[in-house]
Design a protein around this ligand. Structure first.
Ligand code: BG6
Length: 510
């Protein structure tokens, strides 16, 4: 069953802001993130005329590259997307590049000079956004370099200064290091200038969780322990660690996915209605929710968490290496590539409702979804006709690979025989809107330029997530237990099934 498309736009209420004057300085401009995500997203914003007239980019990197070299990389990337040549030329004219060492003060002097030169050239009177698309160990060096060159204002005068800082996770590797990082950031920027990216918050269907919950009146009354049996959040990937094994082996799935993406989704599903759709009210509610998650400790970790590591396997007839055989992974590595957890939220709304979450690499397919399973009917009217077990209604937000929302319900099949069938009422983003959902970075970059922090992590939110996760890391570190090994890209993993079936429930299929 499908939801019908709105034929005209009169039923649509839209709100889109254009970015005010600003320029973007990208550190790590010759790197992977810039090439894969940032340049393409900026280009889309440019074509949609959402960037200001004076907009320009200065790419910074340790790799020697001229402006033309940087533009050539952008052209190649945009050429692959079959972008319009005139648009590409106009966009590339705004790209500049400087190379140097991040610990060299002369590099920041050059940057300051270039900024002032281009501010004049493009009549740009707005803020400078510093985007650190670099490994986290460089954050401190770059922030100090910017501070010493007078490109930031320091915590006290920051309200006078319009510069902004964008950083990508990981924001530390445990609670202490996250606090140290925050202290470092606050030496030169105040919280209102810091944009911590969790790219999952930029995904359309993740944002749709908020619209769905708070723009409809029929779901909120049943969004609680009285009607909901349990919630499942899945982020499954079929890919392995690919070329990132060096980073991943020190990180693992708990830090890489659970501490951030999974907990952020959980917070959006579980939080109370904020007083308004703006940054701090929303972030306040997320923080309250994360603060209500029952803490993990040495006594409950083994019951509430399961970790695994992929072994060798097969996909479409092709042999896949096990995690320990991947390049740059220690041969006795105990790094987890899979985590399942059962969380409880100790508040009035959610008391007793388990939130099962799982994430892993080399699972049978890519799937990100949130499934809300409602309680079953208390008693089957149809028992006399032999139909005793009526499945529960399930509401699913599918975030990837396709963006969908569906609700399952029971209905009578046609005919004189009494048959009840589970049907899905679903809304498919692409089908209804006739377009694919935009890349998360478009939204995040635009929001940062506008100065809207709603979809960015706040300091307290990040620290709370680490507070929850750090005891697990410590426990795993000190215990002799090792992750269970699962064959790459195969379903029905017994320990994972047992983890939930002991509660009389089952995972949604992968
Ligand atoms: C990143 C993780 O944050 O998210 C990666 O570091 C993971 O390990 C990626 O592959 C998944 O993102 P997406 O958008 O492809 O689901």
């Amino acid at each position: 069953m499908k939801i019908s498309t709105l034929a005209d736009s009169s039923d649509q209420q839209c709100y889109e802001k254009k970015a005010p004057e600003n320029a973007l300085v990208i550190f790590g401009a010759s790197g992977d993130l810039t090439q894969r995500k940032l340049l393409g997203s900026l280009y889309e914003l440019f074509v949609r005329k959402l960037l200001p007239g004076g907009f320009f980019v200065i790419g910074c990197g340790r790799t020697e590259l001229s402006d033309d070299g940087f533009r050539a990389k952008a052209r190649q990337l945009l050429g692959d997307r079959k972008a319009d040549q005139d648009d590409v030329n106009r966009f590339c004219d705004r790209l500049h590049y400087i190379s140097g060492q991040y610990d060299d003060t002369r590099f920041y002097d050059t940057l300051r000079e270039k900024l002032s030169q281009f501010d004049q050239k493009y009549s740009m009177h707005g803020s400078h956004i510093f985007y650190l698309a670099v490994p986290p160990q460089l954050f401190g060096t770059i922030i100090d370099g910017l501070g010493q060159a007078g490109l930031t204002c320091g915590e006290k005068e920051a309200h006078l200064c319009r510069s902004r800082l964008v950083i990508e996770k990981p924001f530390g590797h445990d609670l202490d290091s996250a606090r140290q990082l925050n202290d470092k950031l606050h030496e030169h920027f105040n919280e209102a200038q810091i944009y911590r990216i969790d790219h999952y918050l930029g995904k359309e269907t993740v944002q749709n969780i908020l619209m769905f919950r708070f723009a409809n009146s029929i779901f909120e009354p049943i969004w609680n322990r009285n009607y909901i049996d349990h919630v499942q959040v899945t982020i499954a990937e079929s890919l392995g660690v690919e070329h990132r094994a060096g980073y991943y082996d020190k990180t693992g799935a708990l830090r890489d996915m659970f501490q951030n993406h999974l907990l952020q989704i959980l917070a959006l599903v579980g939080m109370e209605p904020p007083v308004s759709f703006s940054a701090d009210p929303i972030r306040d509610e997320k923080v309250k929710l994360l603060g209500a998650v029952r803490p993990f400790n040495a006594d409950n970790i083994d019951k509430l968490l399961l970790r695994g590591q992929y072994g060798p396997g097969k996909l479409n007839g092709k042999n896949l290496a096990g995690y320990r055989d991947e390049q740059a992974v220690a041969e006795n590595s105990n790094t987890e590539t899979f985590v399942a957890a059962k969380l409880f939220i100790d508040n009035w709304r959610w008391h007793g409702v388990p939130f099962y979450v799982r994430t892993g690499k080399r699972l049978p397919r890519k799937l990100t979804e949130v499934a809300i399973t409602f309680k079953k009917v208390p008693y089957s009217l149809f028992a006399t006709a032999g139909i005793e077990n009526l499945p529960a209604n399930v509401l699913v937000f599918q975030i990837q690979p396709d963006e969908k929302i569906s609700l399952s319900f029971q209905a009578k099949s046609p005919g004189s025989k009494l048959c009840i069938k589970t049907l899905d009422m679903d809304f498919d983003y692409e089908e209804v809107f006739q377009q694919t959902a935009p890349e998360a970075y478009q939204r995040l970059l635009l929001d940062c330029m506008i100065g809207d922090q709603t979809l960015f992590n706040r300091q307290d939110d990040v620290e709370l997530a680490w507070k929850l996760v750090t005891p697990i890391l410590e426990h795993w570190h000190s215990s002799n237990d090792t992750p269970f090994v699962y064959p790459a890209c195969q379903g029905n993993l017994k320990p994972v099934d047992d983890f939930i079936s002991q509660d009389g429930r089952s995972w949604r299929s992968l």
